[in-house]
Write a protein that binds this ligand. Structure first.
Ligand code: PGA
Length: 252
């Protein structure tokens, strides 16, 4: 049976408590739109409050440290996230990879730490514009994913993959539906190679400039199981446009 589309909002470094009203509005809409699984990843400072204010949607974080605890000033561990009410964590976002020099190996260790803490994990991968132009996108992304996934072959049900072309994030540019389909099929093949049959059930999200007016088309691409949404998740109004598109409801 087909899974419900999974629509995840990544608030990045946006949001103070004043934004909890947006989370509440998203939560209320999710109550009605049961055909879609909705989640938000606010900044660390809002994880606990979002969990309390929004009882139905998933709530997660945008990063974690690979260690359980220790002398790592300013970092947050996966068990801390679990304790604050998070149900999942995003790892390997391209902004973490570029701003903090995160390698595939570090991303893998973070994913493993998250699983060990009982969190679900969204592992992000994506090619640069130069890699796309050089015709290497599929090769680059599947290799990146292979090296970023947890070593265990027993965690498929806790795993989501997000394909986010770096050049499409925050730019308003999106790949063609054919390119998205090609990439998602390649990712699916890689997942089935690693996890066997369970690899068929791992959701593969598309991310990068998803908006209410392009969501239906992108979500309709082959093997796209949902979306990871940045800018358009910051207000309930635009995020709901995407959730409605995922539910197959016309927003015109
Ligand atoms: P965007 O960000 O929707 O603002 O392009 C997506 C992401 O980085 O997850």
């Amino acid at each position: 049976m087909a899974q419900r589309p999974y629509i995840v909002g990544n608030w990045k470094m946006h949001g103070t408590r004043a934004m909890l009203s947006e989370a509440r509005a998203i939560d209320r809409a999710a109550e009605r739109l049961t055909k879609v699984e909705v989640a938000l990843a606010p900044p660390f400072t809002l994880v606990h409050a979002t969990r309390k204010e929004a009882g139905l949607i998933g709530v997660g974080a945008q990063d974690c440290h690979p260690a359980e605890g220790g002398a790592h000033t300013g970092d947050i561990s996966a068990p801390m996230l679990k304790d604050s009410g998070a149900g999942f964590v995003i790892v390997g976002h391209s902004e973490r990879r570029s701003d903090h020099g995160e390698s595939n190996e570090l991303v893998r260790r973070k994913a493993e730490a998250a699983l060990a803490a009982g969190l679900a994990v969204i592992v992000c991968v994506g090619e640069s514009e130069a890699e796309r132009d050089a015709g290497k996108a599929v090769k680059v992304v599947t290799a990146q994913l292979e090296a970023s996934l947890p070593e265990s072959t027993d965690c498929a049900e806790k795993l989501t993959v997000a394909y986010e072309p770096v050049w499409a994030i925050g730019t308003g540019r999106v790949p063609s539906v054919d390119d998205v389909s090609e990439m998602h099929r390649a990712i699916r093949a890689m997942l089935v190679g690693k996890f066997g049959e369970a690899g068929e059930t791992v959701r593969i999200l598309y991310g990068g400039s998803v908006k209410p007016d392009n969501a239906a088309e992108l979500l309709g691409a082959n093997e796209v199981g949902g979306a990871l949404v940045g800018g358009a998740s910051l207000t309930a109004e635009s995020f709901l446009g995407i959730i409605l598109a995922a539910a197959g409801e016309n927003t015109d």
